[in-house]
Design a binder for this molecule. Structure first.
Ligand code: C2E
Ligand code: MG
Ligand code: MG
Length: 318
């Protein structure tokens, strides 16, 4: 009907007899290879390899374990201090989820969040993190540990839930946390994926009195005109820029530019992944507001975080 359509094609290929003796196996393996082609950018082809089978099996095992972990509540929330670079004091903390299987070591989020995101399991997990962290922070406030601010990560899937705002309002009411103390983090790429919907959701969340910040800033593609219009309060400079700050003048220039731009837009700027004194001095000289990283503290259990808040120590010299 006069419309031009651009069609692309992802192809998975299996070869008889090496990749399968019967039709069913061949089609199943071709399907797996096609998914690989899609994962790797689409509009391309992949030949089936036995490694794909192993990968699919491992993914399936991880998914089963993850489903059970949700049912059995095997997740814990850790807290990493965020330091006010002016005073050296703890201004707040970021809640970071950990998976503690009954046997074995803690699993860091990088190993299960992508799968949880793909399968939607991130929604119940994320809600649990929000509830736990808000309840814990409200308890810290009540027991006289000052008024630390709590940052909680929201995944793309959570951010696009139609009832997100209602959920957040309910959690705040149930846990008694002052909305002023809650900051939700969404990544720059999540925010920029669907600009008008993002604007609207941010505006509605902001109207509840909480703050919003863009995580991993500098790694996505920001629309500067939206950045100006979004109801956000802060930018978190991605760790990759901080890592080479002292050695690479390019990274330093980008960091300096992000801080200046953030301040011109009246946003607070926080640097992630601060590991060395040199990085700290650099960030201070640039007027960065907050820092988070191993130089100050790794993510801590709630008990260790309580101890830290109680001691009230400076985590860096003022
Ligand atoms: P993120 O939000 O950018 O969190 C910061 C990550 O940097 C954390 O990794 C933290 O442990 C790590 N980190 C902190 N300081 C340093 C440092 O000095 N050096 C280095 N190399 N790393 C540092 P973690 O806990 O493994 O979390 C990874 C990502 O997983 C997070 O990145 C976030 O995107 C996601 N994530 C974690 N918890 C949650 C959650 O509850 N919900 C959702 N949706 N995502 C989460
Ligand atoms: Mg974060
Ligand atoms: Mg980040």
């Amino acid at each position: 009907r006069g419309h031009d359509l651009y069609v692309t094609c992802s192809i998975g290929i299996t070869l008889h007899p090496n990749d399968g003796a019967d039709l069913e196996t061949l089609v199943k393996n071709a399907d797996m290879a096609m998914y690989r082609a899609k994962e790797q950018g689409r509009n391309t082809y992949r030949l089936f390899t036995p490694a794909m089978n192993q990968r699919a099996r491992r993914r399936q095992e991880l998914l089963t374990a993850l489903r059970q972990a949700v049912e059995r509540q095997e997740f814990r929330v850790f807290y990493q201090p965020q330091v006010d670079l002016g005073s050296g004091r703890v201004a707040g903390m970021e809640a970071l989820v950990r998976w503690q299987p009954p046997q074995g070591d803690l699993v860091p989020p990088g190993q299960f969040i992508p799968l949880a995101e793909d399968t939607g399991l991130i929604v119940p997990i994320g809600l649990m993190v929000l509830e736990t962290a808000c309840r814990q922070t409200a308890a810290w406030v009540r027991s006289g540990q000052g008024r630390p601010r709590l940052a909680v990560n929201l995944s793309a899937r959570q951010f696009s839930q139609p009832d997100l705002v209602e959920q957040v309002v309910r959690v705040l009411a149930e846990t008694g946390l002052d909305p002023e103390l809650l900051e939700l983090e969404i990544t720059e790429s999540t925010a920029m994926a669907n600009l008008d919907a993002t604007s609207e959701t941010l505006r509605r969340l902001h109207a509840q009195g909480l703050s919003l910040s863009l995580d991993d800033f500098g790694t996505g593609y920001s629309s500067l005109s939206y950045l100006r219009r979004f109801a956000i309060d802060g930018l978190k400079i991605d760790r990759s820029f901080i890592r080479d700050l002292a050695s690479d003048s390019g990274e330093a220039a980008i960091t300096q530019t992000i801080i200046a731009m953030g301040h011109n837009l009246r946003l607070k700027v926080i640097a992630e992944g601060v590991e060395t004194r040199e990085q700290l001095e650099f960030l201070r000289a640039l007027g960065c507001d907050y820092g988070q990283g191993y130089l100050f503290s790794p993510p801590l259990s709630a008990e260790d975080m309580t101890r830290l808040l109680r001691a009230g120590d400076r985590l860096s010299p003022a």
